[in-house]
Design a binder for this molecule. Structure first.
Ligand SMILES: [Zn+2]
Length: 226
């Protein structure tokens, strides 16, 4: 069944790439985006170090998957001409070795990297988890009253809904540090539930990872062309 799904998905990946490429072509005519003044996108792989995040049915943790998805997204966005800044590129946390408040120091460091880079947008990458094992579906979160953030979330969720199996119908307001600390469009992307066996199996597949990342890319481009 999964092989069949992935065959269909291979075609879908191509469609998403075509969608994103044509949107990017349209975008090149928008005055706010020029190759000489690249738009900076911060990619923030959630968790890291002592904080592995949620643990999936297979035993793999969020830290690992968040990083894999973030690196994939980094490659896609960089190739498309965006300036990309990563808050982390390995499995370590962002706190000093002898920090007494590792979680707080980690979050502050993320904010510092994003602020220093003068990022125009934040994409924070996570995997979801819920005690009810049937819960599934990719979903994007944004800060209440951050209208550009809401628009970005809607555009990404829109592509998820068209492309991914079981994606949620709409994005949600979230009260999280990585949303609350920024005025720029900032979203938390929960790529799917690793507490759901079938969805975790998909999330661990290379091809599905590309499908999710190209969908995020298409949503970003769509948001920027509006
Ligand atoms: Zn998380």
């Amino acid at each position: 069944m999964i092989a069949l799904v992935l065959n269909k998905k291979s075609i879908t990946v191509l469609l998403v790439v075509v969608l994103a490429t044509s949107a990017l072509f349209a975008l090149s005519t928008v005055s706010t985006f020029t190759p000489n003044n690249p738009y900076t996108i911060a990619i923030d792989p959630g968790h890291g170090g002592i904080d592995g995040g949620s643990v999936g049915v297979s035993g793999k943790d969020e830290n690992y998957l968040n990083l894999q998805y973030s690196l994939c997204l980094q490659e896609i966005l960089t190739k498309a001409g965006f300036n990309v800044v990563m808050t982390r590129t390995n499995l370590n946390g962002l706190y000093p070795a002898f920090s007494e408040n590792k979680k707080i120091d980690d979050m502050k460091k993320r904010k510092e990297i994003i602020t220093k880079a003068k990022a125009d947008m934040v994409l924070s990458i996570h995997m979801n988890s819920f005690p009810l094992k049937s819960a599934r579906g990719a979903q994007v979160f944004y800060k209440k009253d951050n209208i550009p953030g809401q628009k970005l979330a809607e555009n990404i969720q829109d592509v998820f809904l068209k492309v991914l199996p079981n994606a949620k119908q709409s994005p949600l307001v979230g009260d999280y540090y990585m949303l609350n600390e920024f005025q720029i469009p900032s979203v938390i992307i929960e790529c799917g539930y690793i507490s759901n066996k079938e969805e975790e199996e998909l999330l661990l597949q290379e091809e599905y990872k590309k499908l999710v990342c190209y969908s995020v890319f298409a949503g970003v481009v769509k948001f920027m062309s509006l």
